[in-house]
Write a protein of this length. Structure first.
Length: 84
């Protein structure tokens, strides 16, 4: 395991994300860790302007524009905002 990511098999792989936990626009917990199975979307932020989203089914989003389009569609649908 390296940087919170297991490289064993996709079924066993996960990523740990740290950030703040929100509910109804109120902060529930200033520090929280979310563990995401990478069979779902994984966001890898390289810096403040670039990120890659991966799906195990083969979709790979590489460009800054695509990143922001995906990020915008996720707003309001998640209760967790954090950084990798």
């Amino acid at each position: 395991m390296e940087n919170g990511i297991s490289f064993e098999t996709p079924q066993d792989s996960f990523i740990e994300v740290t950030g703040e936990l929100y509910q109804m626009n109120s902060i529930l917990n200033r520090e929280a860790t979310l563990i995401i199975n990478i069979s779902h979307i994984v966001a890898v932020r390289k810096d403040k302007d670039k990120a890659c989203f991966y799906l195990i089914n083969g979709l790979r989003i590489r460009t800054q524009r695509q990143y922001y389009e995906v990020e915008q569609t996720l707003i309001g649908k998640c209760n967790f905002i954090g950084t990798v």
